[in-house]
Design a protein around this ligand. Structure first.
Ligand SMILES: Cc1cc2nc3c(=O)[nH]c(=O)nc-3n(C[C@H](O)[C@H](O)[C@H](O)COP(=O)(O)OP(=O)(O)OC[C@H]3O[C@@H](n4cnc5c(N)ncnc54)[C@H](O)[C@@H]3O)c2cc1C
Length: 271
């Protein structure tokens, strides 16, 4: 199938890019595997106008908005390969040929492998003071430091949220009740009661489908883009967690818009 633009990934960044492009009447196919990184979180924190909105509800609203644009379609599926000629292959064998590709696949957040952490991830085990800090203000906060540098950058932020902050360098496990953290278990078996544990969780780009493009990256591994979302390969644009730090839904939306505008400028200049 031929189309103007394929957007790979339908999280906040990809849906925003598609919205911008659809409103400019381009044919857009969004391919989305349906696993945004923030899905485990109860609500999106710190996004203007979205108080207490669940992450998946924002994307449902986004898809509803896109459904009103006749030139945009959303395909539930996984992209397995993106070629430098902008041919996009899906896991079911579908091949899409596009004039431009927007990469918006996000990242997998590598939180520490502590027994009990996976069940609490995104709610009582969290990584981002700006996302979840307000909700846990003045609670019993733990911080698991990953390095001296992490501690130096992170502790002042968390101490702005609560006076009850305990720092851990090693944690053996977590005890929870009804889906909420109750205590941090130390290597000697003793417990420290905590309501929430902040951890380092750097996002690892979900780039398996396009690693062959050898896109230029910065020293943090983020894809290098210009102010219109263009990567180092012509016709390939990127947005969201692939290109931004610190990561946030607001940043994903902003960079999705930038990529949408960039594609629009380049494709209309071709006419
Ligand atoms: C637990 C957690 C909680 C967070 N809480 C907040 C918060 O409260 N406030 C805030 O501002 N930010 C929060 N963030 C950060 C925020 O979620 C991200 O910055 C934002 O989701 C990035 O948007 P994105 O579109 O780049 O990626 P994502 O939202 O991860 O969306 C990427 C989409 O692409 C799809 N995809 C990936 N690979 C492929 C492929 N090969 N083919 C097709 N589709 C693919 C995925 O399935 C997914 O649907 C949180 C992050 C985490 C991990």
């Amino acid at each position: 199938m031929d189309t103007d633009v394929v957007v790979v990934g339908g999280g906040s960044a990809g849906l925003q890019a598609a919205l911008t492009l659809g409103r400019m009447r381009f044919d857009v196919a969004v391919v989305d595997a349906g696993s945004p990184s923030n899905a485990p979180a109860h609500a999106i924190g710190g996004l203007l106008g979205a108080h207490d909105l669940a992450p998946l509800d924002l994307l449902v609203r986004g898809r509803e908005q896109l459904a009103e644009l006749p030139s945009v379609c959303v395909i539930d599926g996984e992209v397995t390969h993106v070629d430098s000629d902008r041919t996009v292959t899906l896991a079911d064998g579908t091949v899409l040929a596009a004039r431009a590709v927007v990469l918006a696949t996000g990242g997998d957040y590598a939180f520490p492998d502590i027994p009990g952490a996976a069940e609490l991830w995104g709610n009582s085990v969290i990584h981002c003071p700006f996302c979840h800090g307000w909700e846990v203000r003045e609670r019993r906060i733990g911080v698991l430091t990953a390095s001296e540098e992490h501690a130096a950058q992170f502790l002042p932020l968390v101490q702005a949220l609560s006076r009850d902050v305990e720092v851990f360098e090693a944690v053996a496990g977590l005890r929870s009740e009804t889906g909420a953290l109750r205590a941090v278990v130390l290597p000697d078996g003793s417990e420290v009661e905590r309501d929430v544990l902040f951890v380092a969780a750097p996002p690892v780009p979900r780039d398996a489908a396009f690693v062959g493009l050898a896109l230029e990256r910065d020293d943090q591994g983020l894809l290098k883009i210009d102010k219109f979302g263009r990567t180092s390969v012509e016709g390939v644009y990127a947005a969201g967690d692939l290109v931004t730090s610190p990561q946030a839904v607001s940043q994903a939306i902003a960079t999705g818009q930038r990529a949408g505008v960039g594609v629009t400028r380049d494709l209309t200049a071709d006419r």
